[in-house]
Ligand binder design. Sequence first.
Ligand SMILES: [Ca+2]
Length: 415
Amino acid sequence: MRRNDRPDRKKWAALLLLAPLAACSGHTGAPAGSVPDTQTPVQTPSDADDAGNETDDGEETNGGAQTNDDGADGTSDTDAEGKTDASVTAGLTGETQTLADNLDTPWEIQFDGDTVYMTLRGGGLVKVENGEQTEQKLNLQQGVSENGEGGLLGLALAPDFADSREAYVYHTYEQGGEPRNRVVRIEQAEDGSGWSETAVLLGDIPGARVHDGGRLAFGPDGMLYVTTGDAQNEQTARDTSSVSGKILRMTPDGKVPADNPIEGSYVYSYGHRNPQGIDWTADGAMYASEHGPSGSPGGRDEMNRIEPGADYGWPDAIGDETAEGATPPLYHTGEQAIAPSGIAATPDGRLLVANLIGESLTEFDPATNEMTEAASGLGRIRDVAVQGGNIYVITNNTDGRGSPGEGDDKLLLLK
Ligand SMILES: [Ca+2]
């Protein structure tokens, strides 16, 4: 998801690309007719975790979608800050339209106008244009190491992608036999056929089989934000001298911005366990999803409002626990696990949340701190994007913890 033509791309995209998007769904080759037109509430939560045996990454504990669902939101409250009253979830019918399929663990959706780019965790980069799905060659200076949750993860098209053809990826690699992560800039060939690495913004980010973070997004300020996991070394999360368990902020050239909260440091916020989703609502507020602990007690997946220099408490404050200096989450899932990954702001100032264990798309309202279900029955969901008033998700039933169905995984338009 995130950013294409603007730092706060999704909101803008939703406003600006309405027409192109309608066109997009028309000429992707899949059945058209993407305009939601009913008020059908969402389905019941699906069964939870069918997945793996992992024991420590929040993607695998006994789960279950949130059940505080009061149906799709049909009565969005308008307030200041220019929010519109157009709920993108109110008209969902439960129907979907498949725009791409047979994707092996897709991780991030990015829109460039009508064109979609997606990373595949194993190292592929898929383009969907005019209904045609192609895997593009990606030449990196370090091989992608897909191991556990690591691999080719986040993708962010540069705000000036239309001119520069530049983008950024976050991927796991091996260094001396150990998993590490790096953020690199890539550039698309002029003929559009493939991509090559042109710069390393940040390497040597601690990695592990689980807790690799990996989401990239340009903020409304034009800076690149990067989520990192604690890489199974939880004591590093509140240590601001480490880049693990953080949200980092850097210039598009990989430099530390002069106005970062800690002088000379990439660290923008800390005390994170494994954040995999970030986005900004139209009022400029930044939010992040975060995987809570698994095992006992488990659950405690979080939604946080991200403030510069703030400490989000992991591992010393979990759920409602407090720790000195720690900012509590706006919302957590209690004993349930949903394993939230990508998030996407909606035009009316809410956040859609892609849930893995929860096998659902939920909608978080920062005005009430309530999470409601928007869609389910699609299996694990890794990422979500809002474009032109429409909602797009990628499933993640092939990520090793799900039950792949025919044609999985898929890029879906929710109708
Ligand atoms: Ca926290």
